[in-house]
Design a protein around this ligand. Structure first.
Ligand code: PHE
Length: 451
């Protein structure tokens, strides 16, 4: 085992399965279902899906392996891990990761709160006939705060419980449940009359939409968000994994599971929407689409719709929970490693602050959208770029960490070359579009808020 960067005895996953399920739990979340389907609709369907898949494989997987290698090798949270392999001057990057965790968690908890609220609606009272107006109520005011607070409370409780007893135990139970729910929903959608138009929209690309920088930027941001890349979540989880297994294998399992769930979630959402003839709603898709169009579908399906809707939103909430856990864990692990806090204290203080930070997002949908754009298009893509350069240039021999004690595989040097040149070149290109666009969105938001 490699030397630990933090002297104290660290908690570890109890098994390989525990680690993989926790990492898959981090990856699979609102990104796969809410964000993936709303961006797919906004960017014209299958063309976007194709881009996303390519970027996830060619850029996402090499970076995922990079995070795993740094985390397991250093056996420490991001700030210390970067220092361990690159020296003190890399510490600020770890600080940016922690900040990003806070930022995403703050609005992530708000959306997760909506899913809790909707799952409950399936049980008590049913879905409202006027789905648009109902979403307006759910997404603002007291309800939005209350369910955000509830969700964050559950997340904090689990993280405070520890790596093995809190995080691992939750993932081992919830992830298989989630897979079963999503596959069950996709089968249900398949048998629904009229759903085939949804498959056509989702699966046959409109190539006129393919070559646009804006689609590329959204696809890249989505690949990073969905794989939990660019902010040290995967790095942190790998730091509790001390086995000498070949990390390339784990990387493929985690990445494969994430892409598979996103893909299958699309097989739920689009056929459901098209079966009920609600496709005009898809064209004008925005951030709230999933929470308006789908409940409308569920209302029209009557009693069965109530059950299906409840299962759908429960699955979303489950995915959101295991992802929020990993976001909070980045902050908590850093406070435990760096400040010597107890895990319990770190979880409540960090989680509590993220909950308060979520208040503006619970109050304004536009603000939430802006934070999401800033977090993805700036922080995750920028963090990924920095990490790529870190493993590409600053680390002495990253390949040696892939599978310690085994013979180097022939592709290892290619992995490093990818991180040195191709991945950074791609990310710089995307950032060149993403930065001005996000800046303009921010200026527009504050101008309209002020005026
Ligand atoms: N991957 C999670 C999702 O798809 C979100 C996330 C992003 C989690 C970054 C951790 C870090 O919902």
């Amino acid at each position: 085992m490699s030397a630990s960067a933090s002297g104290a005895k660290r908690e570890q996953w109890s098994s390989r399965r525990g680690f993989v399920l926790a990492a898959v739990g981090s990856a699979v979340g609102l990104g796969n279902m809410w964000r993936f389907s709303y961006l797919t609709a906004e960017n014209g369907g299958a063309a976007f899906v194709l881009f996303y898949l390519l970027i996830a494989v060619l850029v996402g997987l090499p970076l995922l392996l990079a995070e795993l290698v740094v985390g397991r090798g250093a056996q420490a949270s991001p700030i210390r891990a970067l220092e361990h392999f690159g020296g003190r001057r890399w510490r600020p990057l770890g600080g940016v990761f922690v900040l990003t965790g806070f930022l995403i968690l703050s609005y992530y908890g708000v959306i997760a709160g909506w899913t809790l609220r909707y799952a409950m609606a399936g049980i008590v009272g049913g879905f409202a006939a006027d789905a648009g107006a109902h979403f307006g109520e759910v997404a603002s005011g007291w309800d939005a705060f209350a369910f955000h607070g509830l969700f964050m409370g559950i997340t904090i409780g689990i993280v405070a419980g520890g790596v093995k007893r809190g995080i691992e135990r939750t993932a081992v139970v919830l992830m298989p449940t989630l897979f079963a729910l999503v596959v069950g929903l996709a089968l249900y959608a398949f048998w629904l009359p009229g759903s085939s138009a949804g498959y056509a929209y989702y699966l046959s690309p409109d190539f006129s939409k393919l070559l646009s920088a804006s689609v590329l930027k959204d696809a890249a941001g989505q690949a990073f968000f969905s794989l939990s890349l660019g902010m040290g979540a995967m790095l942190t989880f790998a730091s509790y994994f001390d086995r000498e297994r070949n990390l390339a294998g784990e990387c493929l399992t985690i990445g494969g599971a994430d892409v598979a769930v996103a893909f299958v979630a699309g097989l739920v959402v689009f056929p459901l929407i098209f079966a009920l003839g609600l496709e005009q709603a898809v064209g004008g898709s925005t951030l709230g689409a999933l929470f308006i169009t789908l409940p409308q579908t569920f209302v029209e399906l009557g009693m069965v719709g109530r059950l299906v809707g409840c299962v759908f939103f429960a699955a979303l909430a489950v995915g959101a929970l295991t992802s929020a856990i990993s976001l909070l864990e980045v902050v908590v692990a850093s406070a435990v490693d760096g400040l010597g806090w107890s895990r319990r204290r770190a979880a409540w203080l960090a989680g509590g602050s993220a909950t308060l930070l979520g208040i503006p997002s619970a109050a304004s949908l536009d603000f939430l959208g802006l934070l999401d754009a800033v977090a993805n298009n700036v922080f995750l893509l920028g963090g990924g770029l920095a990490l790529s350069l870190f493993v590409g240039f600053a680390m002495r021999d990253p390949s040696a960490e892939i599978a310690p004690g085994t013979v180097a595989a022939r592709w290892w040097p290619w992995w490093r070359r990818l991180l040195r040149y191709a991945v950074p070149a791609f990310l710089i290109f995307v950032l060149a579009f993403a930065l001005p666009e996000t800046w303009a969105a921010g200026v527009a938001f504050f101008a309209s808020a002020g005026g």
